[in-house]
Design a protein around this ligand. Sequence first.
Ligand code: ATP
Ligand code: MG
Length: 474
Amino acid sequence: MNLEKSLDTIPIFRQVGAVADQMEMETYLVGGYVRDLLLNRPSKDIDFVCIGDGIRLARAVSESLEEKAPVSVFKNFGTAMIKVGDWEVEFVGARKESYQSHSRKPQVESGSLQEDQERRDFTINTLGIAVNQGNFGELVDPFDGVKDLKRKIIRTPSDPDITFSDDPLRMMRAIRFASQLKFDIAPDTFDGIISNASRLSIISGERIIDELNKIIMTDKPSYGFKLLFVSGLLAEFFPEMVALQGVDSVGDKSHKDNFYHTLQVLDNVAARTDSLWLRWAAIMHDIAKPATKRFNQKVGWTFHGHEDKGARMTPGIFRRLKLPMDERMKYVQKLVKLHLRPIALVNDKVTDAALRRLLFEAGDDIEDLMQLCRADVTSKNDHKVKRFLANFDKVDKKLQEVEAKDQLRNFQPPVSGDEIMAIFDLKPSRVVGDLKEEIKEAILEGQIQNNKSEALELMYRLAAKKGIEKKTNY
Ligand code: ATP
Ligand code: MG
């Protein structure tokens, strides 16, 4: 690959080189951008390392730009950032770092380019390309990063034990890069993760979930989860998921391994959508199976109520993992709670009332729920898979028919609480809620149509039974 030519596709590299030449500073493009360039992947941000003061270089580069870009300085880190078009361009002076055991904040002093490359997490992230005019486009690769890119290997440039103990977040990053790039982790690097897994406790939940979500967003998230599980990292922050693993047997009756089943469901969902939260619903759908597992002589293993218990566990797990507690959590909780319902609708004798209820409860998330249910079919028996999926097609059709007729997925009460209070001159009270609820029930049960006139008529009848009178002047 002709690096000079590749760099010349964006003017920023020559420009930074020219400014650095004027300041007589050796400067290199480094890290993720170089890695992604060699892998022919799109990159989000551009990092430069210079021998000298990175903040001074950033200011001079900003001055040299036609459209002045403000410099954001992060004094504590000795770095500075400029936004150039869509690019975030970061500058740092070459440095070496030393760590103390209780924190991932290193002591920093200036160092050589090689020392700066050595402090980086993985060999594939240590690569530098010179941008000064004299050696523009020259690759600097003291740790065989290019070889590891070719062999598809994640490896630390120095002793993995020290690398991971210094900054345990790197363990999550190792698995994240392996998942994103479909790379292996070198055996001694992986051993380093296993021995330092418990050090993850000094990393903030926000940083961990950030990496985890990137793993979840890869093409085949099961790969990352298997690495997290085998290394012992998953147990550090998500023990409920680890508890899914394993098979119990009584006599010749065993249940399936719910960890590997969950990963299959997650991969199935990932093959169809980019939605992080539908992927989270897949991760969570069977989370309460260990807690609800029973053995019964007649029927074998059961997990009664795991969908309800799983929904109840969802807020606690989301809070602890620093996931959002807003409508995204509620969405996951809803899908967990409802994930068995479409199966119950497969039966030919299923009533319209049952279909209406599911439409009412799932609302606009009914398609996502059906996707989760299809993904949940992980049998190895092709005939069974075909039959189950055909059954879901039938359920889909029935749901569509009922929806066309009754419009329930965005159910709005045809008579509002305010109207009920105005008609009967009532204060906000239990009886208002009761009337609303009974009207909704009658609609779902199919006793009345989902429209205002039938709802009002029923409301008057119900009110009369309760001895409530209409306001005289209404
Ligand atoms: P991406 O931007 O796709 O997440 P990246 O490699 O650019 O990947 P960044 O987090 O942007 O990752 O970091 C830029 C560079 O800084 C990395 O390539 C690596 O050289 C170095 N780096 C980042 N985080 C660490 C860390 N925790 N320990 C050591 N080096 C790191
Ligand atoms: Mg980056």
